[in-house]
Design a protein around this ligand. Structure first.
Ligand code: ARG
Length: 572
């Protein structure tokens, strides 16, 4: 049930019956202030302005035609022409039984996220793309879109010549690939050092780049080995992070090799790419700087090599034409905004992507340390994502064992895993995506405020109410009767779950769902204080109604957290 769109339909009809042309939207939204109803229809003002009439009078005419009998208990007009709709509790209580509206606008959506470079291990810089992209993938899928996850890993480029040469040498000494590459970071450094001091090795590394590009079987085999071990590192992280990416979602840069030359040819044929100092360049007047100089996009170097942008253009051709996406989302650091704009602009101009396909770069800010600078290790190095996650689980372990010493060791272990990982993810997902944020262990692991542990605890608390009453939450069913204001607020909030998801899907902003869940949990706590459930003087009907309401809250908390990729538990 989506109350907002239901009301918008009713108001749209009333507007049309009031003689307002259908191009004016009813603008129905959740009321922001208490006392102004549950929803507001704000369309009268814009319509009145265009029709050159008095907005309050027009709002009254709309209300005269608005049939919300049995649905609203009151409709009033405020200010210059806001229509405030106060919903009836009796109607609200019945809405849980309404079937979900079938979406008629489902889309095929490609989501490019995580996409680490395989030359090294994943570091904290990959966290945001991985978990934000995954939350959006889950949410769009849940809402009925066909979601195609694309892990555009960096598995191509000159550094692979050096890495393959190093791998060959270590395998020659009898080492197994898994062991040689156990510490990818260290391996990279070894290869680099080797490259810098040993000219024969450096020459071989360069030859291997050429051999790789020309499809030399032996070099390709080494490259495959390297890729597989590196991918395994990432897959372990996805599993720890409870992220849905798997091997079938990997389509790395190398997958587009065959289409790079045709892409450049197509751009040359349309005279979009021109030769500049031996290189092939597309000059974009659309993205000109303040002095009017067009923005250059190099798609082929003087030596014939292709670039990051060329691969992304080929990937776009594949996503639009082969995967037949209507919407393509990229979760990539804000520092790559210009790159994405260039790629989108070139793809549009060249007709690689039809104009009805949405191309959306959803950038995000940087994760900062306490010093306000990008998050680093104490010695100033990049933090491996694997290490960060181990620390999160350890810290959660300390807190959980202190808070709940009576839990057995196996449960503490499981709870720590879910709380630690959930805390890291929630702290990130609950911040406005486009801002930088400061990474703070104590804040994210707190059981109070808008945190992962607080949300998980709110769910566990409802489970404990059912446990205390000796009732199975899943099979319980009680009839709702809504009398107290705290009950009404809570019913309304639970019914707005779908609206929150709709909003997240449109803006690709997971924090909207976090805010919704936090409000829901807070309203539950207020309700729980004001409306006793298990006390002996509470009659059966009231108790069953309140249990049902609690169950509805628990289900949404659990479902909402799952859509964020955060696990819940019945006790913690
Ligand atoms: N591998 C790149 C990096 O680590 C990110 C790739 C993002 N996706 C894309 N289609 N360009 O910076």
């Amino acid at each position: 049930m989506n109350i907002r769109s239901f009301l918008a339909d009713r108001v749209r009809h009333a507007m049309s019956d009031a003689g307002i042309p259908s191009d004016y939207s009813p603008h129905v939204a959740i009321s922001k202030k208490a006392g102004f109803g549950d929803y507001q229809a704000n369309g009268a003002m814009a319509a009145a302005k265009a029709m050159k009439t008095n907005p309050r009078v027009l709002a009254q005419t709309i209300v005269d035609h608005l049939d919300l009998n049995g649905i609203a208990e009151k409709i009033d007009i405020a200010g210059p022409g806001f229509i405030n709709i106060h919903l009836a509790s009796t109607w609200l209580a019945k809405q849980y039984d309404m079937p979900a509206q079938e979406r008629i606008d489902s889309q095929t959506v490609v989501i490019d996220y995580s996409s680490p470079n395989l030359a090294k291990e994943m570091h904290v810089g990959h966290l945001r793309s991985t978990i934000i992209g995954d939350a959006i993938a889950r949410i769009l899928e849940f809402r009925g879109d066909k979601v195609i996850r694309q892990n555009h890993v960096g598995d191509w480029g000159t550094q692979f010549g050096m890495l393959i040469a190093e791998l060959e040498e270590q395998l020659g000494d009898g080492e197994r690939a898994e062991l040689a590459l156990k510490d990818l970071e260290g391996f990279y450094q070894q290869a680099k050092a080797h490259f810098d001091k040993d000219t024969a090795f450096a020459d071989r590394a360069r030859q291997y780049v050429v051999a790789l590009q020309s499809g030399d079987a032996k070099v390709l085999r080494l490259w495959e080995q390297f890729k597989n071990v590196s991918l395994k590192h990432s897959e372990d992280i996805y599993q720890t992070l409870n992220v849905t990416l798997n091997a079938s979602n990997v389509r790395g840069e190398s997958a587009y090799n065959e289409d790079l030359a045709p892409t450049v040819t197509a751009l040359k044929a349309q005279a979009l790419a021109v030769e500049d100092d031996g290189a092939q360049v597309v000059f974009l007047q659309e993205l000109a700087d303040k002095n009017g100089n067009p923005s250059p996009v190099i798609i082929q170097k003087k030596d014939g090599g292709y670039l990051y942008a060329t691969t992304d253009l080929a990937a776009l051709r594949y996503r639009a034409n082969t995967l037949k996406a209507n919407r393509i989302l990229y979760f990539i650091d804000a520092r790559q905004s210009l790159h994405m704009q260039q790629v989108f602009t070139v793809a549009r101009k060249a007709g690689f992507v039809d104009e009805w396909v949405n191309l959306e770069h959803h950038p995000f800010g940087t994760m900062m340390g306490a010093d306000g600078k990008p998050f680093k290790t104490r010695s100033g190095g990049t933090v491996k994502l694997a290490d960060l996650l181990v620390e999160a689980i350890e810290r959660a372990h300390t807190i959980v064992s202190e808070k709940n010493p009576e839990l057995d060791a196996a449960t503490i272990k499981e709870v720590s895993q879910k709380v630690g990982i959930g805390a890291v993810k929630y702290a990130d997902l609950s911040k406005t995506r486009t801002n930088d944020y400061i990474f703070n262990w104590d804040a994210m692991l707190s059981f109070e405020g808008n945190t992962g542990p607080y949300m998980q605890y709110a769910y566990a608390r409802i489970c404990s109410i059912f446990r205390k009453a000796n009732i199975d939450l899943n099979s319980f069913s009680g009839e709702l009767c809504v009398t107290e204001p705290q009950e009404k607020s809570l019913v309304l909030k639970t019914l707005q779950f779908d609206e929150a998801l709709e909003h997240v899907s449109a803006d690709a902003m997971p924090h909207i769902l976090c805010t919704y869940l936090y409000d829901l949990a807070s309203l539950f706590m207020t309700f729980y204080e004001a409306c006793p459930i298990l006390k002996s003087d509470v009659d059966d009907n009231t108790r069953n109604s309140r249990l049902q309401l609690s169950k509805n809250v628990a289900q949404r908390l659990q479902q909402g957290l799952e859509l964020l990729g955060i696990e819940t538990m019945e006790r913690m």
